[in-house]
Design a binder for this molecule. Sequence first.
Ligand SMILES: [Zn+2]
Length: 349
Amino acid sequence: MKMTTGGAAKLDGGSSDEADSQESLRERRIRTSTLYADVPPIDNFVLHPLPGVIRFGCWNSQICFIRHPFDAGKWGHIQSYLVDEHVINARNIVEPREATAEDLLVVHSKEYLESLKQSYVVAGIIEVPPVALLPNFIVQSRVLQPFRNQVGGTVLAGKVAKERGWAINLGGGFHHCCGGQGGGFCVYADITLCIQFAFTRLSFARVMIIDLDAHQGNGHERDFVGDDRVYILDIYNSQIYPFDEEAKIRINQRVELRIAKQAFKPDLIVYNAGTDILDGDPLGQLRVTPAGVTSRDEKVFEFAKDAYENPVPIVMVTSGGYMKSSARVIADSIKNLVSKRLITVGAVV
Ligand SMILES: [Zn+2]
């Protein structure tokens, strides 16, 4: 799907000469949101959202395999592996609140959100044609609500990262969606929302996005065109979707973390850790091994911890990669982060 609109959506469809009032409306929406829930003061890390709530109901993998290699239980499987292997326990899991329409309007246009009341529009965005045949109330409850839960998770992760140093959202990472348009399985712009909330509620001034999913993160790139508070490092396979040449102008640097370090000092890092770079993923078409994914994640967390004078809070989202092996690979990588003391987990009993 090609993007046809650029930049963050105008709030309430206002014209550009109403920018000040739109900005104050955006700020009011952020400040009155309840997505920044209090997280229990446990001395360990937080994974969220609760993956068990993210299901695709009546869908089965066969339907989703029409266009995507899709392990609908990916998020739950990651949690199960980590709990079963005593890396975390239930106390380490925080269930986020669902992003409301007012929350989503911080970034998205009313027109775009309205368009999601047409099942065929959602079917096009998530590239699952049979969804077009479902009544929209089913699409809302089975498809969009789980996505909104994940959006709530990414937003909350920013707050948790500031309080605890880091947070991992087992979902999220919808990096093809911008304020005005979705695409590529991405319905809501959770990364943009996370960052806008962090600017307003956490007093962060500068945010770095490190996007290492196999695909170009054209959604957040479009949302932050002209916004030099955000530095974007994006490594991706240029031979696959989305071929968004226009959005590429917003990428500051494409390869080396050390160059990013010299160029920009962030208050927060948002790490889009897609596993569609794995060998065998039919969408990513790259050939990275599971050990390579572990090494990649380790390097990014090391960067957040050691690159600057003080550790930089980091939010990780899991983004693309829905092969059956993805959950195992992600869980192993998190275990490695724990064993290398790059993230700290409280007592697990
Ligand atoms: Zn991807």
